[in-house]
Design a protein around this ligand. Structure first.
Ligand code: SAM
Length: 275
């Protein structure tokens, strides 16, 4: 039989994965952290019994949360990641030569510590000289920042525990203040099958603050329902109006310049969440 981990995505539905070994289990000051090796997905980080990232499918999420806004901005230099302690988004940001500073603010230093140890293919760039790692509450960092960033990426856990404030209108208004005059932000906004109300609310809030607001999707097999959404809020630049010459060759396994446009074509039941 062996050991199996099950994430309940709803009270009546979930996914299950066969575990090869458990590297580390700890109740941190903020959440329950598990680092395991699975038969199917390689090493996997779990927080509060929810899949955060796996070695096999992490590239989808990390490429899509990073490259869509970074190619939309004409010249991103200073970039902030709120959350993202596994380091995957930082790895993708550093593929943009224009970036001179990438700041990561994660509330839980244990996530960073164990990701470096057990997820080197994901966390391996956290020691790059362009990277500044801060262990702090992202909500407070945003509140203390003004016109500081070109692009802000919110790679947080779901709206539970320490991340509840990161899905509020007040936080998005703070992000607008923390961004420069032509700034762009993206937040992961969960899945349309089980969290339609969350997406509808976040989209409506962001639309009241940012002139350009859009929703895009990606397929992430180990995330609830496998269909994930991202909400983009931009002060000026529209992801669907990126000039052809802005795109350069980049080492990716999911993101392409064609997908950059296609990911905004939404199935009707998802599109209905944006009206
Ligand atoms: N990609 C994953 C997802 O979409 O579910 C998220 C991965 S990342 C590991 C999530 C991070 O958000 C965690 O490391 C957690 O510590 C961090 N986090 C949660 N609340 C936070 C807050 N208020 N400020 C900063 N980081 C926070």
């Amino acid at each position: 039989m062996g050991l199996w981990f099950t994430e309940k995505q709803t009270d009546n539905f979930g996914i299950t994965a066969k575990i090869k070994q458990t590297y580390h289990t700890e109740q941190t000051a903020f959440q329950k952290l598990n680092m395991v090796e699975t038969e199917e997905w390689g090493n996997m980080l779990l927080l509060d019994d929810m899949v955060m990232t796996t070695e096999k499918d992490e590239f989808v999420y990390h490429e899509m949360v990073a490259h869509v806004p970074l190619f939309t901005h004409p010249n991103p230099k200073e970039v902030l990641v709120v959350g993202g302690g596994d380091g995957g988004v930082i790895r993708e940001i550093l593929k943009h030569p224009s970036v001179t500073k990438a700041v990561l603010v994660d509330i839980d230093g244990k996530v960073i510590e164990y990701s470096k140890k057990y997820l080197p293919s994901i966390a391996g760039k956290l020691d790059d000289p362009r990277v500044e790692v801060r262990v702090a509450d992202g909500f407070m960092h945003i509140a203390e920042s003004e016109k500081a960033y070109d692009v802000i990426l919110v790679d947080s856990t779901e709206p539970v525990g320490p991340a509840v404030n990161l899905f509020t209108k007040g936080f998005y208004a703070g992000i607008s203040k923390a961004l420069k005059d032509d700034g762009i932000f993206v937040a992961q906004t969960d899945n349309p099958w089980f969290k339609a109300d969350l997406i509808r609310q976040v989209y409506a809030d962001v639309k009241e603050i940012f002139p350009v607001t859009r929703l895009y999707t990606a397929n992430i097999p180990t995330y609830p329902s496998g269909l994930w959404t991202f909400t983009i809020g931009s002060k000026i630049h529209d992801p669907l109006k990126v000039k052809e010459e802005r795109f350069f060759e980049i080492d990716t396994k999911y993101y392409t310049k064609q997908l950059h446009h296609a990911c905004f074509v939404l199935p009707r039941f998802v599109e209905d969440l944006t009206v």
